[in-house]
Design a protein around this ligand. Structure first.
Ligand code: PMP
Length: 357
């Protein structure tokens, strides 16, 4: 007995846990700093932790599936109807639901290169065909409508990432609108705003309210520090009211995740501290690292270091774990997550030491 032929599918390359790396290096986990997965340097919102503790006793019951308190709250915050909010296991879960809801076998999906690997993976699981548009390193990875539209060839889904992983650039709203306008009626433009809280630009949710061909993805993994709870959501066109119930994995969003998410939404202090530290760290990195950087709107900075794999390995020996961007097709770049002030300073110092060797 074998699974179907999965040889064409990419394996998901998840960042390794800090314990595993520490064991390999013969170090204590506390001696390492992990700036490789764009996690929140301050951990979870304390209010979310309290909510988890308070509701832990209820987990023998199945969670509510529709119109949960969290769905209602998000709908109010975004000024959409509750059935436009599709809760999921992280933003990744939303990407998968959209593929399930939309793709017929053999239909095409347009993804950015470099870009977040799961767009193509999820589309392939659903028998989609992948086409790419290229963001140009020499042009600062700028995201413009012309780039996407010149590669467009009737794809069913077009992915935009704003802010973009791993470069940190944004796709201006007028460009998102132009792409939606100039692609076929049957094409959905998905704007992945996993890093939206760190960007000083408007969300594309306004376009979801006005149109029927744009969806937005958001997550609790980054600014809210809840990556381990696996909670995200898509905001989908209002015409799709009954689709979620048809594509949703039963009880996908766990009760504790929803409770924690709801509490985190009220914890402005935690989000503000996170965002202001990210803003400080980005500037610190641009200014102090002895290598070219790109202006980032995310909680990370892309740095051009030469041989990325060697530099990432040398940094790891010094206890600093960063993302080697070779798997994104950028073999000369590392991506460094914004840490606390102390972590960011230590990372920059280590990068400069390695570059000077
Ligand atoms: N989109 C982008 C661009 C990402 O970088 C990530 C996480 N690294 C996600 C979506 C999904 O994150 P999660 O599933 O944790 O919400």
């Amino acid at each position: 007995m074998q699974p179907r032929d999965l040889s064409a599918h990419t394996e998901y390359v998840a960042g390794r846990g800090i314990e595993e790396v520490a064991r390999e290096l013969g170090m204590e986990p506390t001696e390492l700093i992990k700036l490789a997965s764009n996690e929140n340097a301050f951990g979870p919102s304390p209010a979310a932790v309290d909510a988890i503790e308070a509701h832990a006793g209820s987990v023998s019951s199945y969670p509510k599936t529709s119109h949960t308190d969290l769905t209602e709250r998000l709908a109010t915050d975004w000024n959409v109807e509750p059935d436009q909010i599709w809760l999921s296991a992280g933003g990744d879960g939303s990407l998968d639901y959209l593929s399930r809801a939309i793709l017929r076998p053999g239909e095409k999906v347009l993804v950015p290169q470099p870009g977040f690997a799961y767009y193509a993976m999820s589309a392939r699981y659903h028998h989609g065909e992948i086409h790419e548009y290229s963001l140009d390193q020499g042009d600062g990875f700028t995201q413009r409508a012309e780039t996407v539209l010149s590669a467009y060839d009737g794809e069913r889904i077009v992915y935009l990432t704003s802010p973009h992983n791993p470069t940190g650039t944004v796709c201006p709203l007028e460009d998102v609108e132009r792409i939606a306008e100039e692609t076929d009626e049957e094409t959905l433009v998905v704007v992945d705003e996993a890093y939206g809280e760190f960007a000083d630009v408007d969300s594309a949710v306004g376009l979801v309210r006005e149109r029927d061909d744009v969806a937005v993805i958001r997550t609790f993994s980054k600014a809210y520090g809840l990556a381990g709870l696996r909670l995200g959501y898509a905001i989908t066109p209002s015409e799709w009211a009954d689709a979620y119930a048809r594509v949703n994995t039963p009880f996908a969003a766990g009760e504790l995740s929803c409770r924690a998410g709801l509490a985190a939404l009220d914890d402005d202090e935690h989000v503000e501290r996170t965002v202001s530290t990210v803003e400080w760290a980005r500037e610190y990195i641009y200014e102090h690292v002895d290598a070219p950087t790109w202006e980032s709107h995310g909680n990370f900075v892309l740095i051009q270091v030469g041989d990325a794999t060697t530099v990432a390995d040398r940094l790891q020996e010094r206890g600093v774990i960063v993302r080697d961007c070779t798997s994104f097709g950028l073999a000369d770049c590392i991506r460094v997550t914004c840490g606390t002030e102390a972590e960011t300073k230590r990372a920059v110092e280590a990068i400069n030491e390695v570059l000077a060797e």
